[in-house]
Design a protein around this ligand. Sequence first.
Ligand SMILES: [Zn+2]
Length: 620
Amino acid sequence: MLRRVLSSLCLSAVSVCGFAQTQPLAPHSAYEPPAAKAAASLAASAVGAPADLLTTGEKSQWEKTGTYAEVIAMMQTLEKRSPYVKVMQFGTTAEGRAMYAMVVSSDKAFTPALAAKTDKAIILIQSGIHSGEIEGKDTALMLVRDMVITKHEHQAAWLKKSIFVVVPVFNIDGHESRSPFNRANQNGPDITGTRPNAQLLNLNRDYVKAATPEMRGWLKLYHSWMPDFMFDNHVTDGADYQYDVTWDMAHHGDMGAPTSQWVNDRFIPELNKRMEADGHLVSPYGALRNAGKGRREFFVEVFSPRYSHLYAAALNRPALLVETHSLKSGKTRAWSNYDIMVNSIDVVVEDPQALRTAVRASDKKYAAMAGDRNSEPIYLAGKISDASRPLVYHTLKTAQFPSEITGTMVTRYTAEKDDLETVIHEEIDTTAEAKEPLGFLIPLAWKEIADELALHGVVMEKTTKRLDQEFETWRFTEVKYAAAAFEGGIMVDYVLHPVKERIPVPAGSYWVPLNQQRARLVMALLHPAAPDALVRWGFAASIFQGMGRIGAAEYLTVPIATKMAVDNPKLMVEFQAKVTEDAKFAADPQARIRWWTERSSYQPSATNRYPVLQVWEKNW
Ligand SMILES: [Zn+2]
């Protein structure tokens, strides 16, 4: 009866409440790992912890999560009670909230310069970039508590060999925009924050374009500390399966080679082994996909530097993308997140110099390759390989049930294990690569690009005299804008043609030498074949304008086209072919004229030409 009253209320005010749900659905996995019940590491962390340093997650059996005020209060308490903790503001959100990080150092090395003197590993823990995926906030605070307050032997010992920079919540505005409906596919907490920030931008697509104030603050923090290792803590959704945590880390051509070796030889095997010993079931991040003939195969994903962990990889530094599972209970997720951080930190801290040496060797290697035409090309983009190896994938069996909603049978997961014998595609084939030039030259008019590079810590010099000579760059054809907006802009794709043209470059332009620590990042931002090249994100977008119209009507454009056809018979042949092949084009007088004017010399020469110049030998 009550239900009937409610629904009629709703119907009468449908524009206000929709068919308002007062309670969200509480989804849950059909399978929980047996060791999650005890979650021994979480229980151990709480031993001896003062009441005001227990998080809301811990106090509510992970059914609730605290606000950012709790995070600030806890960071301040940690700082007050330990000489080894320093809280600092590193940015301000779009809605004006102060963004805080804390540095944990037993040397009180609270600045990058002091930290460098210790030669310890710098580890960045970042949580809440997607603020609804939030147990990483609590677990990060717990780890600091373990190290400096309860001084649990294992965690406290880390500080002998490492320094931590901790960002408990990155997307703070999203975190404070709390609702029970923000994460439909997540098993608690009861109220969470959102995925995007207040500008509706996804911070984990913003690493390159840095359109948000949050990211601009983060870039400053990251580039001042240049951490040797980083965590980015998330919760993934999608299928149900047995795994409680999945992860991704660059370890192919997408990572500086010496670091990649450390990741492949040392980190990945140790991580998997140790997590399994703690009762976890871990998998690389990816999905089962239909591979034809009803066969399901497992595919990892290819990421690019717009994402946290590939951004760090472009700087030769490993970053672990942690994805606990949205359908597992909040407690399970916290346990998985806590343990994957503990085990990863252990691997780093057991031999921090192995990692630091690899990172430094990578920095040096790619800086030294600048301008060497005989060196190997740098990876810019890739796709998942057809190659595979056998894998037993631990998923769950599904069953069908009839649905009145769809009028069909619908699939749901069951608790029955499905240990599927399949294959994993985990190799990445390179689809775009390029050798490192000596540097790039950014003409003064395109200062917006240089300003962006400065945010990324790139070292540049100003040119002192006007240059007027031939330069290498690219011309774009088949320029295509995406059909829909993406992350606040419209991305552009094109076909590249290397050209050598005489281009004047005014004094005061920007010289970007590749012989620098951030060489691979510069390639990712400036080489136009790179998937996250700034030009694809809308920088210097005016170069794609101005095609077609030359400010004259047919009485002039037709004679211009006729003269071009006479002067250049090859062009006429191409035109005739187009007329023959394309009936729509043939029937459109304006399109036919445009075809010629687009190819005429009456266009600004910079139209459709990449404004950044590639330099192999510096002759000025
Ligand atoms: Zn996420």
